[in-house]
Design a protein around this ligand. Structure first.
Ligand SMILES: Nc1ncnc2c1ncn2[C@@H]1O[C@H](COP(=O)(O)OP(=O)(O)OP(=O)(O)O)[C@@H](O)[C@H]1O
Length: 565
């Protein structure tokens, strides 16, 4: 029950490996663009010198001019390609990380995911992954360019003039040193800003989910005040980050302007005393701002590195969620329907949650096709935990579950033939048909009708103004509790599962609706194994057998009315 990814794979270096070709392309193209740019400056210095001081005619310099324009055009074009490759790398890495994170969340399943707040998972997958994009698209190529271009220019200046070389070589390294110092102190502010963003996201999510509860409890004003406080805290820390960013660029501007001015003054004095030629002086003055340009660009994207580091730490938390489900979910309904699941044999099952005593121990029972089994027990006895084992959302700490087909042969792949109706079924935005087709995307209209009929949902669906095309609203807002439960049952039945698990399908329903749902469940247990966790007496009365869980032990009774009522 651990992540298969190496631990450092969710550090930025590990992620970079996923688009290393594009990153290498961006850096190489950027380097070539820099070389062409320096070449164009060299040609420009020579051209101006020849035309101004050497008396050369414009016609004689035509070739140099064309070459200069070609170098400039080539440099701009290569830089554009480098930016495109960097952006592609950033987008690809973000897409890879988002996909892998979702896969990991599916492997962690509903049980593993409960250890991280939903708002935090959401913020990590949205803002967190978005923060990776500028890091790979801008920061990495600029960091590489910060080494390549200044070294190239330094080598040229060394060749042209010793004094200028000394000035640039002394002031240049001050910038990365200063950046490292600023970065060190800024990281804690960035972390704080990230945490405040998570708090803000979680508060929004909680308020939206609990809108009616907050209103009923008269807490709307208090909730608005809490949101305002969280927004203010986030605003204040964002401003602190901005202050650091402005301070950094101001200091960089100061250092670079100072050293360019120094170079200019030194050259000016030596030009006056005729101890240096114009071509070299002009070229060094053209090169000096370019020497600082990559350092400035690097500093402008430095906050991208800090954002990405903070996001990588949050992603590492997400990837550290324990894997509770089967390593790979099997494709649904792949085995031949000639031999459906006939028996589910649970032998000595012990299960629970990390850091807690087992919910139950050594639970054994056999569940057969065509039977409706209710799981009863006090609240917290372990009914849902048992269903989670059957569904593969949780692995038993000992014991095993074996599925056999009608010939008595054990089946390797069987959990993909299960369907589940949770305590609070989730309806997605879209029509009733859309939400039903989640279970079987290519289901025909006739299949939708049949499933709805089986779940006793057809009557109310057809009574709606637009029938199956009616929009259910987010989380089934336009439907009653009983209608949502029957729709969720219809959705589960659409995939024609061999095993159907239902968790409290009649809870929160009025007696008439609860009875209708219970009868619908009874009717669909004819050719499958149906398991229902319930406290509802009518549901128990309709069952063939009852698995009663109490004090960590489970016992199967075949006369539910007497044993469990
Ligand atoms: N995700 C979880 N993480 C940690 N502990 C959990 C988790 N889910 C349930 N538990 C604990 O496991 C025990 C069994 O819970 P379970 O949900 O299986 O009970 P239940 O019989 O279905 O209860 P109810 O009838 O109230 O739904 C309880 O003590 C519960 O607190």
């Amino acid at each position: 029950m651990h992540s298969k990814q190496p631990k450092n794979d969710w550090q930025t270096a590990g992620m970079a490996r996923r688009a290393k070709g594009w990153l290498a392309g961006s850096v190489t193209l950027g380097g070539m663009a820099a070389v062409l740019f320096v070449l164009h400056l060299t040609l420009l210095a020579g051209l101006v010198d020849d035309l101004t001081f050497k008396g050369a005619s414009f016609a004689a310099e035509q070739h140099t001019l064309l070459l200069l324009l070609a170098c400039l055009g080539g440099s701009l074009f290569l830089q554009w390609l480098a930016d495109m490759a960097g952006t592609e790398a950033g987008l690809r890495i973000a897409a890879h990380v988002r996909r892998d994170a979702l896969r990991h969340l599916f492997r962690a399943g509903p049980v593993g995911c409960t250890t991280l707040p939903a708002g935090r998972i959401l913020t990590t997958l949205t803002e967190g992954v978005d923060a990776l994009e500028p890091y790979f698209a801008q920061y990495i190529p600029r960091a590489a360019m910060m080494v390549v271009l200044p070294l190239l220019i330094l080598a040229m200046v060394f060749h042209l003039d010793g004094w200028s070389f000394v000035i640039l070589a002394c002031t240049g390294p001050l910038i990365p040193v200063f950046m490292a110092l600023v970065g060190y102190s800024a990281q804690s502010i960035m972390d704080r800003q990230w945490m405040q963003l998570v708090v803000l996201g979680s508060s929004f999510l909680d308020s939206l989910r609990g809108l009616s509860t907050l209103r009923l409890l008269g807490q709307t004003e208090a909730s608005i005040s809490r949101m305002a406080a969280a927004t203010n805290a986030h605003r204040a820390s964002t401003l602190s980050v901005m202050k650091i960013a402005f301070l950094t660029s101001a200091v960089l501007e100061f250092f670079s302007s100072l050293s360019i001015a120094l170079v200019a003054v030194v050259f000016g004095a030596r030009l006056l005393s005729a101890t240096v030629d114009f071509r070299s002086a002009f070229l060094v003055l053209l090169l000096a701002p370019e020497y600082f340009m990559p350092l400035r660009a690097f500093s402008a994207s430095y906050h991208a590195r800090q954002n990405a580091t903070a996001a990588a730490a949050r992603l590492a938390d997400l990837f550290a969620l324990p894997e509770m489900t089967q390593p790979e979910s099997q494709p649904r309904l792949t085995h031949t329907r000639n031999h459906p699941i006939a028996h589910l044999i649970c032998s000595d099952l012990t299960a629970g949650y990390p850091g807690q005593a087992p919910a139950f121990q050594a639970l054994s029972c056999t569940l057969s096709r065509g039977s409706l089994t209710v799981i009863t027990g006090e609240s917290g006895a372990g009914k849902t935990t048992f269903l989670r084992l059957i569904l593969g959302f949780l692995q038993p700490s000992s014991g095993q579950i074996t599925a056999c087909d009608t010939t008595g042969a054990p089946l390797e792949v069987w959990q993909s033939h299960t369907a589940w109706v949770p305590q609070r079924p989730v309806m997605t935005m879209g029509s009733i048909a859309d939400t039903l087709r989640l279970a079987k995307p290519n289901a025909t209209d006739a299949e939708l009708h049949a499933a709805a009929q089986q779940a006793d949902a057809l009557e109310f669906i057809e009574a709606l103004p637009q029938g199956f095309a009616t929009s259910v609203g987010e989380r089934g807002a336009c439907l009653s509790g009983g209608q949502i439960k029957r729709l969720a049952l219809a959705r589960a039945l659409l995939s024609n599962p061999d095993i159907l698990c239902l968790d409290e399908p009649t809870s929160d329903l009025d007696p008439a609706s609860a009875l209708r749902v219970a009868h619908a469940i009874r009717c669909c247990s004819a050719n499958r194994i149906v398991l229902v966790a319930t406290h509802h007496a009518d549901m128990v009365a309709l069952a063939d057998q009852c698995l009663h869980i109490s004090d960590g032990h489970g016992e199967l009774f075949s006369a539910p009315q007497r044993a469990c009522a």
